[in-house]
Design a protein around this ligand. Sequence first.
Ligand code: SF4
Length: 405
Amino acid sequence: MVSAAVGLYLSVPFCKAKCSFCNFASDAFAPSRMEGYVERLCAEIRGARCRAEQMGATLERAADSIYFGGGTPSLLEPEHFVRIFAALREEFDLAKDTETTLECAPGQLADATLDELLRQGVNRVSLGVQSFVDREAAAVGRLHTGTACEGEIARLQSAGIENIGIDLIAGLPHQTEVSWRESVARAVARGVKHVSVYMLEVDEESRLGKEVLEGGTRYGAREVPSEDDAAAWYEVGCEMLGEGGVLQYEISNFACAGYESRHNTKYWRRQPYIGFGLDAHSMLPADAYAVRFQNADDLDVYMSGDKQAPLKMLRHDHCAEVRRVGREEAFEESLFLGLRMNAGVDLRVLRDAFGESMVESVIPAVHEAREAGFVVLDGDRLRLTLRGRMASNEVFSRLLVTSAA
Ligand code: SF4
């Protein structure tokens, strides 16, 4: 794994209401729990170096990205951010140009909080719009209108935050191709620099997904478009965003040139990152290749860690999983995560890192995938085609079978 400045992720799982499609560990937890949560989070940050050592992992002091996700971190009080940033600055040397992102729900960022965030160096906001069409947003429990989203973008821009990203979901209840085009067009018209496009996930983990799977009618489950429609709209979205200068750089992510997310790119390039808070994930370099670990996804379990004694925060008290990533797994991760990006992977770099025979083991499957139109191989540079991006899981499993053989 390339040694690089670490990315810092802070999970803040508090939301005003739980959206029906959401399968994160976030919830409408009582705001009275925020104070204790922030205390716990700061203790975890201060104990991070010790925890990394106990796992045999390396945690550099240099950091160049901070990402507040969740949840709706904008719901924290200004004073909470003062404490969190103080803990981060104690433990890490933040680069001058650190990319500092706050996830925010439109209409849920108080003026005083925004002022404090600007003082602390927040320079990027990711707004959970999902849809600019009021009927669709309301159907899944979003508390905003399209006009309110546009107003929020303008407010942030005039506060000096030019790096604004939004999330959109293809496949929401009541969505049509016309309404999907409207959402994408309104995003482009507002001059946002980054757009993440997700397909609605229909799984047991969300109320809406469960209802769809069980054939129920609640949460607009009967109005969820077909997967084929959502996939076609994703393609429409790629085209419209590209025409608007917001170019695809990863399967779900699009940005104006120079505005690709530095923090998220660490995930796809397997650069080190550490997550703090509920259900946060981390990957740090370790003796052989890497160690991945993940915090508990139950708030009570996470909170049960000892707030006063960070040195005692051994992995068993709030860590759901610790996994060592060996050579083979690290190779597969490099291949599959790298292929998520439009730039693809450089097989020469993989050969240098993992050896000729490891790369050779996937070459027959690469050729098959190329014949099927899923990938292009340009010299040593391997990339997914649009078709491959639409069927990425299938492509990855073909390559996986070969490399495991
Ligand atoms: S989608 Fe965002 S705002 Fe809605 S419940 Fe999930 S984390 Fe909270």
